[in-house]
Design a protein around this ligand. Structure first.
Ligand SMILES: Nc1nc2c(ncn2[C@@H]2O[C@H](COP(=O)(O)OP(=O)(O)OP(=O)(O)O)[C@@H](O)[C@H]2O)c(=O)[nH]1
Ligand SMILES: [Mg+2]
Length: 291
């Protein structure tokens, strides 16, 4: 769906001047793209201030204005994927609610770093479902990563421990620790999640170096609650937004960065191993508007 699909430029701009009707439509479309009410209103005000009374040449002028503003908002939060291997070894916990794309993203990240000559290990700390362990093992085989697992039902923290020990003994560069997709209201799962950190810190207080929170672009505003909940129990160091290849706009990143100032590391744009892309604010802004 196009951002401006319903944007009948000629109707709104009979005189090609900004009027209230156009401004309201502008704001409404921004809200629909998940940027949040506050940012939509801020952008509307900015647009009004800079363009009021002026003739607008064409639709492109509005796209360019918006794209520019959005990328300015997001630019300070761009974080390079390479940061993930600035420590060696680097222990990384991957978190998020059910089905957001944690395991797939680990596969994609693993592929990226093995292609760059890094020694990678995946730790299957989602011991909640047998299929989750198998899924991660498949990914490890596919991309040539080492794999650490325990039986289903084992304490996830013990898999975290085993993975960190594996890293130290085998001189791995990066460990990605998969976790169970936990709904925030499942208290015991959250407790198990917290324990992973306690146990890792016992090995080395610097562990884990990163906790990446995976968010699904199709979730919309609920992603804000997910950030809130995971920040309460772990130090989230970066975000990856998945499923941007769907009709979801991903405007939620504006609302999240405004509220939580969290860095954005990458975006997922499909199910294949090559479908992970660095977060590029300019490209992202263009997609948000024109996708
Ligand atoms: N279209 C699309 N699908 C994705 C993307 N990332 C993941 N998926 C799909 O989303 C579904 C869930 O992905 P998983 O990686 O299993 O998600 P998870 O967070 O590990 O799920 P749980 O372990 O059940 O909590 C799978 O069908 C993936 O193929 C993406 O960027 N785009
Ligand atoms: Mg999973």
């Amino acid at each position: 769906m196009k951002f401006f699909e319903n944007f009948n430029f000629n109707n709104l701009f009979s005189k090609k001047k900004i009027d209230k009707n156009l401004l309201d439509k502008f704001e409404e479309l921004l809200i629909e793209s998940d940027v949040g009410v506050q940012i939509a209103s801020d952008l509307k005000e900015k647009f009004k201030k800079e363009k009021i009374g002026k003739e607008i040449k064409d639709e492109k002028e509005i796209f360019d204005f918006l794209g520019d503003q959005i990328s300015k908002i997001l630019s300070p939060y761009e974080r390079k994927l390479n940061d993930l291997c600035k420590n060696s070894p680097s222990i990384i916990v991957v978190a998020g609610v059910n089905g957001v794309g944690k395991t797939t993203t680990i596969g994609k990240l693993g592929k990226l770093f093995t292609d760059n000559g890094k020694k990678i290990v995946f730790g299957a700390a989602d011991t909640f479902r047998a299929a989750a362990i198998d899924q991660l093992e498949l990914w490890s085989k596919k991309i040539g990563a080492d794999f650490v697992k325990s039986d289903i039902g084992t304490d996830p923290a013990s898999v975290g421990y085993k993975t960190a020990k594996f890293v130290e003994e085998n001189k791995s560069d990066i460990a990605f620790i998969d976790t169970a997709g936990r709904l925030q209201n499942k208290k015991n799962l959250m407790e198990e999640y917290k324990k992973i950190f306690t146990v890792l810190k016992k090995i080395d207080p610097e562990y884990p170096h990163e906790t990446i929170l995976i968010l699904d672009a199709t979730t919309g505003q609920n992603a804000l609650n997910q950030v809130e909940e995971f920040k309460k129990v772990s130090k989230v160091t970066g975000l990856i937004l998945t499923k941007l290849d769907t009709s979801a706009k991903g405007g939620i990143l504006l609302a999240i960065t405004k509220k939580y100032s969290l860095p954005i590391i990458a975006v997922g744009m499909g199910e294949k191993e090559s479908d992970l892309h660095p977060f590029d604010p300019i490209r992202f802004s263009k997609m948000l508007i024109k996708n």
